[in-house]
Design a protein around this ligand. Structure first.
Ligand code: PLP
Ligand code: TYF
Length: 393
């Protein structure tokens, strides 16, 4: 039977991880997979999470099942983090295995509620978006996200969404767009929210980098703007980066539905889908996150650690943009300083990307995306020379 299995496409980002691991050159540089790294190249467990896990270990007296939607206090803590306290009463929430689990659940919920609705994705976007939606049988369309000048393409997006039908779903990156680092500004968010509401389009926000853009409050602001305009919306929250709990698989799908009867119906559908997919969602990481959010001291500690990560990335962005301008004698990289979050695209041609890997052991994704957190102040001058070298050969 198994020999009949089809050839399946590999994930380019995960393939790059393996190529990097197998490269014997000592001076190799991994700018591929989107995992935060500190100045020593490590992805440490956050101190606040370690403390919460310790407390959990000391006090947890059962590992019996929780509930199909996960622990209610996790739902309350995440909803209030993302949308504010006042929205908790208007939102159904299901804990999921990571943000990917939340996206998968969203796709299934849409399939159940509106099987004919198309899901519109930004072009470009995280490759798994199209993969998960197609896997769940959704019809996928695309809208322009980034203009050639490296700014958010509000006009192109609005033009493309003219072809959307009422009830269609529009996927948005809540902050720190992956792979471009290009986000709408506050005015653009307000116009976008009003436009979606007017057209009867449902926002599905992928929130995987909360706190990595302009700070926790600023990064969450667009969600509140959307919630103020749109009667219903979905938010796929990933705690992987924001709490550094990647492998513990912590996430949640929030469904804003102000009508109590609709909200209860939605919560029942989410519980049903979780049950048929994997039954109870993982609890350990979610509980550690809840402890951090509920304890004043741990919350301050976590926020400080998150801010340190955000500031490190912002500093690397400024240094890289300045270094590339000087080394390559061009302003084509200036946008990197203003872009947000873990990623930017260098706008290099495929042959440049291949040369960087073959000649200099520098690993970036095939679309030219780099993980800024993979840099250190020490490697930036060398990288800038190497980029200039492949550009000018
Ligand atoms: N969405 C985006 C844009 C991402 O980059 C990621 C990255 O890992 C995810 C969702 C899902 O994260 P996870 O499933 O690891 O929580
Ligand atoms: O974009 C990234 O690098 C992260 C990590 O299949 C990731 O989102 C990449 C690919 C993948 C799962 C996670």
């Amino acid at each position: 039977m198994f020999s009949a299995l089809p050839d399946l496409p590999e994930d380019a980002i995960l393939r790059l991880m393996a190529l990097y691991r197998d490269d014997p050159r000592p001076a190799k540089l991994d700018l591929g997979v989107g995992v935060y790294r500190d100045a020593d190249g490590r992805t440490p467990v956050m101190g606040a999470i370690k403390a919460a896990e310790q407390r959990l270990c000391d006090t947890q007296d059962t590992k019996s099942y929780v509930g199909l939607l996960g622990a209610p206090d996790f739902a309350a803590a995440i909803t209030s983090l993302v949308l504010g306290d006042d929205m908790a009463a208007r939102t159904a929430c299901a804990a999921t295995p990571g943000g990917t689990g939340a996206l998968h659940l969203a796709a299934e919920l849409v399939a159940m509620a509106a099987p004919g609705a198309a899901v519109w994705l930004p072009d470009p976007t995280w490759p798994n978006h199209a993969g998960i939606l197609a896997h769940c049988g959704r019809s996928v369309r695309h809208y322009r996200h980034a203009a050639p000048d490296g700014r958010f393409d509000a006009k192109g997006m609005a033009e493309d969404l003219r072809a959307a039908a009422p009830g269609d779903v529009v996927l948005l990156h809540g902050c720190c767009h992956n792979p471009t680092g290009i986000d709408p500004d506050a005015d653009e968010w307000a116009a976008l929210a009003a436009g979606l509401a007017e057209r009867g389009l449902l926002p599905l926000v992928d929130l995987a980098y909360l706190g990595f853009g302009a700070g926790l409050a600023a990064d969450a602001a667009p969600l509140r703007v959307l919630a103020a305009h749109c009667p219903e919306m979905l938010i796929a929250v990933s705690c992987s980066k924001t709490f550094g709990v990647y492998r513990d698989r912590v996430g949640a799908l929030l469904a804003v539905a102000p009508q109590p009867a609709t909200r209860e119906r939605t919560a029942a559908a989410l519980a049903h889908l979780n049950r048929l997919n994997f039954s109870f969602p993982p609890d350990h990481g979610a509980r550690a996150v809840t402890l951090v959010l509920e304890d004043d001291g741990l919350r301050v500690q976590w926020h400080d650690e998150l801010e340190a990560m955000r500031r490190r990335i912002a500093g690397l962005r400024a240094a890289l943009a300045a270094g590339l301008r000087q080394a390559a004698q061009t302003d084509q990289f200036d946008g990197i300083a203003a872009q947000r979050g873990m990623f930017s695209r260098l706008g290099l041609k495929p042959e440049h990307i291949r040369e960087l890997r073959d000649r200099h052991a520098v690993y970036l994704v095939g679309d030219g995306r780099i993980n800024i957190a993979g840099l250190t102040d020490d490697v930036i001058p060398t990288l800038c020379r190497q980029v200039a070298d492949v550009l000018h050969r």
